[in-house]
Design a protein around this ligand. Structure first.
Ligand code: KG4
Ligand code: ZN
Length: 348
């Protein structure tokens, strides 16, 4: 059995988790975990303030690590590795997590594994259920990324589609702002949309009919802005209708492009991951429309869709298990880091 401590501080969640896994079978479980969101602190600014985020991580991280070790009844001497998000993300936050991991690793003689945040999201569905057989396609949708990835194995990722401007999560967040809703906007829009009519406003589906797998969401956000200027936004039903219309427009594009990606790559399983994967409309549309096309939608538990450290510990475990590079000597944090580079480092 291998025990890995996971640390995540790349954005506005400080998260720590302890994963125990069997190297032979790849099966394992979470022994303890803790997540602390900074949403309340950043809410009044309408988005994450990087400087404040890193200070908060610094304040809460040591006690959270102690708490998770106590929950799991584990001490440093029985840990095999520390997996920490090394990028992409906010530089200050990444530095807090990585410095802590390196110091703890040095003090206790434990290996430190740098983990790509998006690889964490991508593998997260494997934590509490099983990933489908390779190859499959994953739709990775978070606050900063919208990617379609062909997955041929652990560490073998090919980005086959991505956004040319805003991410899907960003479109939810910006549309929420237009509607006067707090950050993060995805869950707020989704809540408001429950009693709204998705066809009340006719909003664009950017790039839907283009013969490629790329996305564009900035025009949609602008269309939401114009629609809100022309409508009576004091009327509760109008607000619900606009929320439902934008949610459906975003999901429509995500679902159609993801299914087109599966067809193009001749794969029969589609996994979704990242914060936006928690969206219930997206989940049900993928399931229903996937079924019609003979594609199985693999939907991870909502808990591991948004940022967490279990996915970082789990990705570290899978990388160890597959003998993948654990970071060259002197590796550093990377605020920008393409997922495709992981495959290149595997090939090297
Ligand atoms: O993966 P994540 O937690 O953090 C990043 O790595 O970015 O994703 C956060 C994003 C935010 O844009 C948030 O609005 C969106 O995920 N999100 C949702 C939902 N829950 C979170 N979007 C739509 N519906 C949701 N239920
Ligand atoms: Zn994330």
């Amino acid at each position: 059995m291998i025990r890995i401590l996971g640390i995540e501080t790349s954005c506005d969640e400080t998260a720590v988790a302890l994963y125990e896994g069997d190297m032979a079978s790849g099966q394992g479980r979470i022994l303890g975990e803790c997540i602390r969101s900074q949403i309340d602190i950043h809410a009044r600014f309408g988005g994450v303030v990087p400087e404040i985020a890193s200070r908060e991580h610094l304040i809460v991280l040591p006690a959270m690590v102690a708490d998770v070790m106590a929950q799991a009844n584990v001490d440093w001497s029985t840990l095999n590795a520390i997996a920490v998000t090394a990028g992409p993300g906010l530089m200050g936050g990444l530095l807090v997590g990585v410095s802590f991991a390196q110091a703890a690793g040095l003090a206790n003689g434990i290996e430190v594994l740098p983990v790509h945040h998006m690889e964490g999201h991508l593998l997260a569905p494997g934590i509490d259920s099983e990933l489908p057989e390779f190859p499959f396609v994953t739709l990775l949708v978070s606050g900063g990324h919208t990617l379609l990835v062909r997955v041929d194995g652990i560490g073998e990722y090919q980005v086959i589609g991505q956004t040319i401007d805003d991410a899907a999560g960003e479109c939810f967040d910006k549309s929420a702002r237009i509607l006067g809703l707090p950050y993060p906007g995805g869950p707020e829009i989704s809540q408001l949309a429950r009693d709204g009519r998705p066809d009340a406003f006719s909003l664009p589906r950017p790039l839907l009919n283009r013969n490629n797998l790329d996305f564009s969401f900035s025009g949609l956000k602008t269309a939401v802005l114009y629609a809100s200027q022309d409508a009576d936004m004091h009327d509760a039903q109008t607000r619900r209708d606009l929320a439902a219309s934008v949610e459906t427009a975003i999901c429509d594009v995500l679902v159609k492009k993801s299914l087109a990606a599966c067809a193009r790559e001749s794969v029969s399983a589609l996994v979704i991951a990242g914060g936006v994967a928690a969206n219930r409309t997206l989940r049900s549309m993928l399931e229903v429309q996937g079924k019609k096309q003979g594609i199985r939608a693999v939907l991870p538990g909502q808990k591991y869709c948004t940022d967490n450290a279990a996915m970082i510990a789990y990705a570290g475990f899978q990388r160890m298990r597959h003998g993948l590079p654990a970071g060259e000597d002197g590796w550093d944090v990377r605020s920008r880091w393409s997922l495709s580079e992981l495959s290149q480092s595997k090939a090297a």
